[in-house]
Ligand binder design. Sequence first.
Ligand code: ATP
Length: 451
Amino acid sequence: MADESKSTSPSARQPAAMEKLVSLCAARGFIFASSEIYGGINGFWDYGPLGVELKNNLKALWWQRMVREHSDVVGIDTSIIAHPRIWEASGHVDNFSDPMVDCRACKKRFRADQLDDAGPCPSREGTSEHDLTEVKNFNLMLETQIGASADATQAAYLRPETCQSLFIDFKRVREAARQKIPFGIAQIGKAFRNEITPRNFTFRSREFEQAEMEFFCHPSEREKWFEFWRAERLQFHRDIGLSDDRIRNRPHEPNELAHYAKVAVDVEFEFPFGWQEIEGIHDRGDWDLTQHTKYSGKDLALTDEATKEKYTPMVIETSMGVDRTCLALLCNALDEEVLEDGETRTVMRLHPAIAPVKVAILPLSKKLSEDARKVDASLRKHWNVFYDESGNIGRRYRRQDEVGTPFCVTYDFDSRDDHKVTVRERDSMRQDRVLIDGLVDYLRDALGFGT
Ligand code: ATP
């Protein structure tokens, strides 16, 4: 086995730089620009073989925690395009906009509230200041047309958030799932926003995924449920491996609150570009159900069977950005460590539940591939496994470290006789000799929660 003695000094660990992460993500197939061979398209990203596994792991953990583990939460999956009146009722047609300015000289467009990031104007003589237009409101919804013939088309919107259909479907889902107040409806899906300045890799994209849950409760219980979901959501981010000192709850100031919100708390992560929101927990009150009652003409209020009280439920929302949380997980995990021999090891310290590949099978020589393939096949039934038989074993370990694979299994020339393999753990680089017959149990134990 390769010598992997390491320095344990924390000072040897380097903070991850954003540029390093972006290039590693592209090179190793986590995330790269959409439409790359055409020069990319601003605000759109593709997830490669490792990225899709990581994202699916996050979504599955969220679904497990939010839907399966709560008998009073049910999941749905709704269409991306919905009746355009929904967006009038929700206030998006009138209010879902950011303040925008254009530079008359360089033609660049900026968010009026983010001019500190605009940089110098490259097109003016004698000054580097932009020649800015008046502030205009720019609606972030992306429009499309539906209907096959040109004269019968109708304008529609790609949803800017996944939650509206949770309100629209509220009554049907409650009845179909035989739920009583309090209960929640959850969904994971794509959302689209024509962001003025997409930036910071996937952090602000024009197409992204949200994992949202709306919890409907009696008005007298809204504070209790807000507190419950606030604590629950913060704990989730801890459980999937975000470091305690890099996540926090930040309550919204009264002047930041959305017009419908009574209270709101963000879950923020400390990215290399600063503390930023990855999830919002909002008390939306009865705003949405009341608006949709008004616009659709269908009463979404309920009558309490016991007391005969008629009321519109209050709604507590938890809204996680899937892509932002993936980015937070990658930023949190990327680490550099100087080993005792002076070599620098790049290691992605992802929680095993999030890691795209759980186990890599690395035969010491191609001559051993037939037997190693058998071990590989036996593990594939349980986890996402990667098989690699080419190149020096030390370099193969490094490649797995870089993408966060928690365990490497090496099949060597002794394995045929002692029916054992060497299992090497990513973070400690500790190596154990394990019986092939007991390998699944060993790994199941070692991988732990969520795998
Ligand atoms: P921001 O203020 O950063 O634009 P927001 O407050 O508008 O975010 P919400 O409408 O509360 O965001 O959406 C809930 C979650 O969806 C956010 O916490 C974020 O993780 C994610 N999200 C929102 N906009 C984007 C985007 N453009 N790209 C990626 N994720 C996004």
